[in-house]
Design a binder for this molecule. Structure first.
Ligand SMILES: Cc1cc2nc3c(=O)[nH]c(=O)nc-3n(C[C@H](O)[C@H](O)[C@H](O)COP(=O)(O)OP(=O)(O)OC[C@H]3O[C@@H](n4cnc5c(N)ncnc54)[C@H](O)[C@@H]3O)c2cc1C
Length: 408
């Protein structure tokens, strides 16, 4: 406690004071919240906090903002939802951007966003552990830099913004190590051009490879997502699902004929229950129908060149791309059991109630609702912390005034 008072005293004079804590770890007192992750969610939280007069420190393990978008996605990626559903709070997309901005345009937008709100993350700080220290009522956030240097950030509020897609999921498939060709996760895949003339097996039918329900990206001249949101205002989810499936059947035909069976539960209901996002088709289905993409069953085992499927068939491939998804990494570094589930690293309470935990802990971007959900979280968090921040500032002013009036 004395240690903390000493830090608070120093901080009153120098808000960026850093001082030695031990020979190996430096300690920083942060007056506002620490935000872990400089993706769209972390940036949105920092901007909204700034609007509420609250300074924050953003820690990012990589060397740039939005590292998922900049380093781990393929070249021709575009936002799959119209831009009005993907903008961060307080700053719309430029008008001359297309309805579905490219990845490069989205990154450009985020760079401008960070500059506009003067968000300067501390890069190359991988948070390895965070724990609430009851004795001082503060979070202790420990990070490691690229050269192994250790830091400890001490703060009252901790905002988790490490994303739903923090780590690649790489399944253990029997015999995979024997395969003589290239095996890559989609997070390393950039462009199909390097595979020209090669036979490639894409494992997984999720959004990186393809997914569960396949819907056209646009319906009746509107984005499928926008139309669904509008219909949900008037009709029950099951009815909207039925409508979506009828239009999809009219536009795309029977997807089961291509080997893509539809789940029994409708697309919106499935998203609501399990978070599984339907694929908004931009041409893959046409390629499947043409025979450029073949749908195969589950893998039994992988050999030197060939892959054996559960139906007994064996085919040879030059490369394997694992479109097997991502997972949250929160359970690896956050020492907390109530707000986040150990199983999947998501808040236990579903949207819209998963953003706030106990002891000044917050989550932004874990709603399974993409950027729209992250923006909603960021606004709520900033408002909540902002109230507390202002109340404390007023309290401090009152104390200062009193102590001045007591002086002779
Ligand atoms: C291929 C692809 C396409 C997508 N397209 C869309 C779309 O069109 N619309 C949409 O709404 N959503 C889309 N998404 C979902 C996407 O996850 C969100 O849009 C968005 O990136 C979420 O932002 P985030 O900040 O929550 O997470 P992220 O973008 O993943 O950012 C999290 C940041 O935290 C950092 N981090 C993680 N762990 C640590 C740690 N321990 N210490 C320090 N830093 C850490 C990461 O390096 C990263 O920079 C897409 C996802 C993928 C994979």
């Amino acid at each position: 406690m004395d240690n903390l008072r000493e830090i608070q005293g120093k901080m009153a004079h120098d808000p960026h004071c850093v001082f030695s804590y031990s020979r190996y770890r430096r300690q920083v007192w942060v007056p506002g919240p620490v935000i872990v992750g400089a993706g769209p969610s972390g940036l949105a939280a920092a901007a909204c906090l700034k609007e509420n007069g609250v300074p924050s420190v953003v820690l990012e393990r990589s060397n740039c903002i939005a590292s998922l978008w900049q380093l781990k996605t393929y070249d021709r990626l575009r936002l799959h939802l119209p831009k009005k559903f993907c903008e961060l709070p307080l700053m719309p997309f430029p008008e001359d951007f297309p309805t579905y901005p490219t990845k490069q345009q989205f990154v450009e937008y985020l760079e401008v966003y960070a500059k506009r709100f003067r968000i300067e993350p501390v890069f190359e700080q991988s948070v390895e552990s965070s724990e609430y220290d009851e004795s001082v009522g503060m979070w202790r956030v420990k990070s490691v830099g690229m050269k192994g240097e250790e830091m400890e950030y001490v703060c009252r509020w901790l905002v988790v913004a490490t994303g739903e897609n923090a780590e690649a999921v790489v399944p253990k498939i029997k015999g995979m190590v024997e395969f003589c060709g290239e095996v890559k996760h989609t997070s390393e895949y950039k462009s199909g051009s390097v595979y020209k003339g090669k036979k490639v097996l894409v494992v997984g039918c999720g959004n990186s490879g393809m997914e569960v329900h396949v819907l056209p990206r646009d319906m009746l001249g509107k984005s499928t997502f926008g139309l669904s949101m509008w219909l949900l205002k008037w009709f029950p989810m099951r009815l909207v699902d039925r409508f979506l499936l009828i239009v999809s059947w009219l536009v795309l035909g029977n997807t089961a004929k291509c080997g893509l069976d539809r789940p029994v539960v409708g697309p919106l209901e499935l998203k609501n229950l399990s978070g599984k996002t339907p694929v908004l088709d931009v041409g893959a289905l046409a390629k499947i129908k043409k025979g450029d993409i073949k749908i195969l069953p589950s893998i039994e085992r992988i050999g030197h060149h060939g892959v054996q499927f559960v139906n007994g068939k064996i085919e040879n491939f030059d490369a394997i791309i694992l479109a097997t998804g991502y997972k949250s990494n929160v359970p690896y570094w956050l020492k907390e059991k109530e707000m986040f589930s150990d199983k999947d690293g998501f808040p236990r309470r579903p949207f819209p109630n998963g953003w706030k935990g106990a002891n000044g802990l917050y989550a932004v971007g874990f709603t399974k609702r993409g950027l729209l959900g992250a923006s909603a979280d960021a606004k709520r968090i900033a408002e909540d912390i902002g109230k507390c921040w202002k109340a404390e500032a007023n309290h401090l002013v009152t104390i200062t005034k009193r102590s001045f009036s007591l002086q002779p």
